[in-house]
Design a protein around this ligand. Structure first.
Ligand code: LER
Ligand code: MN
Length: 274
């Protein structure tokens, strides 16, 4: 497993659960100084991810690109794959297609989180899930052509009423009938929604593509009540080999949140059996 930390370039998400904010080069400098393997970028859109300059920054700091968040499509442009308005749904797909193309050029997967939207008004849950499965199918085909997975993230009940649990995420992936969609397990959302995280991770394991590494209170691992050593050992024994990416609040400050995340990551991964 590899460690990653979030860098947010979206001013509207300045109070969001991201460690470094504002400037990619500066965020990468801090991530690399702390000793992280990679960064996850929460970008305003594909135009903010020109391949050569971004790749040069990552190279200069010796960092991998763990994933690209797409939530700005919702926060900034109010785009949702399940909007009642067909033009908004089409614009949401276009935004995600462009993000996936940007990710393909940088060798990173794209996350679908808040752009899944919610079932409300005239849009039934059944209808929303059908639209979502259709879009995830098409977008994961594109990701697959670029050698990537498309990451689908269940969120907690206060953020969506569509995909809230690992099982709802797995059902959606099954509905698409595609191979290139994977589940993102955000440990903060799971702490709210799952009955038993170990069982849920075991069920998710065959399709697990990414992990948001947050403690129960969305602070750095070790600052809440998660038994992170057991959790990381369980991820490892379930066969997960990807990133543990800190999508957390920068508390008490970004440096300390990053330092604590990496201390927990190292403590939990040290001595794991091969
Ligand atoms: C939002 O709560 C979240 O977890 C993000 O990763 C989704 O955009
Ligand atoms: Mn998340």
């Amino acid at each position: 497993m590899r460690s990653a930390i979030t860098v947010c370039l979206v001013s509207e998400a300045a109070a969001g659960p991201f460690v470094f904010h504002g400037d990619l080069d500066q965020g990468c400098h801090q991530a690399a100084s702390l000793g992280f393997d990679g960064v996850e970028i929460f970008a305003p859109g594909p135009e903010a991810l020109p391949a050569d300059p971004v790749a040069a920054i990552l190279r200069r700091h010796g960092l991998g690109l763990a994933a690209l968040g797409s939530g700005a499509g919702w926060i900034r442009h109010k785009l949702s794959l399940t909007s009642a308005d067909a033009t908004v749904r089409a614009a949401a797909r276009r935004f995600l297609r462009e993000m996936i193309l940007a990710g393909g050029r940088l060798g990173a997967p794209v996350i679908l989180g808040s752009m899944q939207g919610r079932a409300e008004g005239d849009v039934s849950r059944e209808q929303a899930l059908a639209w979502l499965a259709d879009a995830v199918g098409e977008l994961s085909d594109l990701a697959g052509e670029l050698g990537q997975y498309f990451l689908v993230e269940p969120l907690n009940r206060y953020e969506t009423n569509l995909l809230r649990t690992v099982d709802e995420g797995l059902e959606l992936l099954a509905m698409t009938g595609r191979k290139n969609a994977r589940l993102l397990a955000d440990l903060f959302h799971m702490n709210i929604e799952e009955s038993d995280w170990a069982d849920s991770i075991s069920r998710a394991a065959p399709l697990l593509g990414h992990v948001h590494f947050a403690d129960s209170n969305r602070r750095a691992m070790g600052m809440g009540h998660t038994d992170y050593k057991r959790l990381v050992a369980h991820l490892h024994s379930s066969g997960y080999e990807g990133y543990l990416s800190a999508e957390i609040f920068p508390l008490p400050n970004p440096q300390e949140a990053g330092r604590q995340t990496l201390a927990a990551f190292r403590e939990a991964t040290r001595g794991l059996p091969e």
